[in-house]
Design a protein around this ligand. Structure first.
Ligand code: FES
Length: 114
C-alpha cells in the first residue's frame, strides 16, 4: 500500500520502494479458519454491513471482516481481536522478509512477540 492509504494508527509498517508493507497471520481470531483478502465488491457481498469502500480481509467461515489498512482491526465479528501481525523487515540483500511469529504492536509502535 502507499503510505497515504494506511491509517495514521497503523502499526508495524515497513517502508519499501514506493510503498509500505505490513503482514498478518491469516488465522481468523474467532475460531481459527483462514481469513482471505477480498476485493471491495466481494467483501461487500460477504459482509454487507461493512461497506467501507475498499478491499478487506474476510473469514470464509462466519464472515468476520478485518481492515488491513488499519492494523487488521475487526470491522465485523464474531471475531473480537485483530489478526496477529507478523514482523516484516528488509534483509541485507534488499528482499522483504516476513518472520512467521506473531507480533503485537503497542500504541508507540513497539513490537513484541506473543
Ligand atoms: S472462524 Fe472466522 S469468523 Fe468464525
Amino acid at each position: 500500500m502507499s503510505p497515504a492509504e494506511a491509517a495514521p494508527t497503523m502499526r508495524g509498517l515497513v517502508p519499501y520502494g514506493e510503498g509500505v508493507f505490513a503482514a498478518y497471520n491469516a488465522k481468523c481470531k474467532h475460531l481459527g479458519c483462514k481469513a482471505e483478502w477480498r476485493s471491495q465488491a466481494e467483501a461487500e457481498r460477504l459482509a454487507p454491513t461493512v461497506a467501507i469502500g475498499r478491499d478487506l480481509v474476510v473469514c470464509g467461515c462466519h464472515f468476520s471482516a478485518y481492515d488491513t489498512y488499519d492494523s487488521a482491526k475487526v470491522l465485523k465479528g464474531p471475531a473480537t481481536q485483530p489478526l496477529d501481525q507478523l514482523r516484516v523487515k528488509v534483509a541485507a540483500d534488499g528482499q522483504l522478509e516476513i518472520e512467521f511469529k506473531d507480533y503485537r504492536y503497542d500504541r508507540f509502535g513497539r513490537g513484541r512477540q506473543v
